[in-house]
Design a protein around this ligand. Structure first.
Ligand code: MN
Length: 285
C-alpha cells in the first residue's frame, strides 16, 4: 500500500464569471492547472448579494460535464431541453453538456449566504457529442455516513468505503469513474480511504486546513487551495487545529488532447471552431 503525498498546490484566485459572480478558481485558472479528468473548480461564497445576484444567465457548453454542489443558498437551473432544477442547500446538479446545452443558473435569493462549488469534468472523445443530459440531485439523495475514526462524509459520486460498508452516491457509471466526497473532520481526526492507483486525486479544504499523508509527517494544505496528490492507493487527510471541511475528488484520467475556449472543451482546434460555428448558427444543441 502506498499512501499518496502532496505533489502540487493550486491556490485559488479571486475572479468573476457569468453575469459578474465573484468566486475563487483553483483548477482551471490556467490551462496547466488541471487534474485530468477535472478541468475546473470554482468556489463561490458570500453573504453579500451584490457578489452573486447577477448569476449565470443563458450560456452554452459543449464537450464536458458541469457539476454544481450547493452548501448554502438557492439557485434555479433552466436549459434548452426544458429541464428546470431547483438547487437548494445540500443539493447538487450533474449536467452533461455532450454535444451542447444552453442553460442559465440564477440565484433565487436576494439576501443571505450563497455558497457552493462548480466542478467541470471532461468527457472522453467518444462521448463529447452525445446528447445532453441532466440530473437534479436533492439533498436527501446524497448519503451521509459517520466515519469510524471520527468525522463524517457525504458521497455525491462514486462509492465510499466506510468501515465494512459501501456508501454509494447518486452518480455512478460514468467513464471517468469520479469519486466526489465532502468530508468533515474535527481537530486532529484523520480520514483514510482507498482509491484506484491509476486515478488522479485532489483535495480542496473549504474550511480549516489539513495535512496530507500519514498524520505524523504529513504536508500542510491550507484552506481554499487544491492539493494534487502523488500516485498511490491510499489517501490520508488529517484536520488541523480548527478542524476541516474538504472536497475529495478522484477520477480516471482520459489522457487525451484538450482544446478549450471558454465553455467549449474539445480535443482539436477544428472541433473547437466547429463548436463556435454551430453556436453562431443556432446548431449547437
Ligand atoms: Mn453553465
Amino acid at each position: 500500500m502506498t499512501t499518496r503525498t502532496l505533489q502540487q498546490i493550486i491556490r485559488s484566485i479571486p475572479t468573476t464569471d457569468g453575469g459578474g459572480v465573484r468566486l475563487r478558481r483553483s483548477l482551471g485558472q490556467t490551462q496547466a492547472a488541471r487534474v485530468d479528468p477535472f478541468l475546473m473548480l470554482d468556489e463561490f461564497s458570500s453573504e453579500n448579494a451584490d457578489d452573486y445576484i447577477a448569476g449565470f444567465p443563458d450560456h452554452p457548453h459543449r464537450g464536458f460535464e458541469t457539476v454544481t454542489y450547493m452548501l448554502d443558498g438557492h439557485m434555479l437551473h433552466e436549459d434548452h431541453l426544458g429541464n428546470r432544477g431547483d438547487l437548494r442547500s445540500g443539493g447538487a446538479q450533474w449536467m452533461t453538456a455532450g454535444r451542447g446545452v444552453i442553460h442559465s443558473e440564477m440565484p433565487q435569493q436576494e439576501s443571505g449566504r450563497m455558497r457552493g462549488f462548480q466542478l467541470w469534468v471532461n468527457l472522453p472523445a467518444k462521448e463529447k457529442m452525445k446528447p445532453a443530459g441532466y440530473r437534479d440531485i436533492q439533498p436527501e439523495e446524497i448519503p451521509a455516513a459517520s466515519l469510524p475514526g471520527g468525522g463524517k462524509l457525504k458521497v455525491i459520486a462514486g462509492t465510499a468505503h466506510v468501515g465494512d460498508e459501501d456508501v454509494s452516491g447518486p452518480i455512478q457509471g460514468l467513464s471517468t469513474e469520479p469519486l466526489f466526497l465532502d468530508v468533515l473532520l474535527t481537530r486532529g481526526e484523520t480520514f483514510s480511504h482507498g482509491v484506484d492507483a491509476g486515478h488522479n486525486v485532489f483535495v480542496y479544504p473549504y474550511e480549516g486546513s489539513v495535512h496530507i499523508g500519514s498524520s505524523k509527517d504529513g504536508q500542510a494544505l491550507e484552506t481554499q487551495a487544491a492539493g494534487v496528490l502523488s500516485p498511490g492507493d491510499v489517501v490520508e487527510v488529517t484536520a488541523g487545529e480548527d478542524g476541516a471541511a474538504f472536497l475529495l475528488l478522484a477520477g480516471k484520467p482520459l489522457r487525451e488532447p484538450i482544446a478549450q475556449y471558454g465553455p467549449f472543451v474539445m480535443n482539436t482546434r477544428d472541433e473547437l471552431e466547429q463548436a463556435f460555428r454551430d453556436y453562431q448558427n443556432g446548431q449547437l444543441v
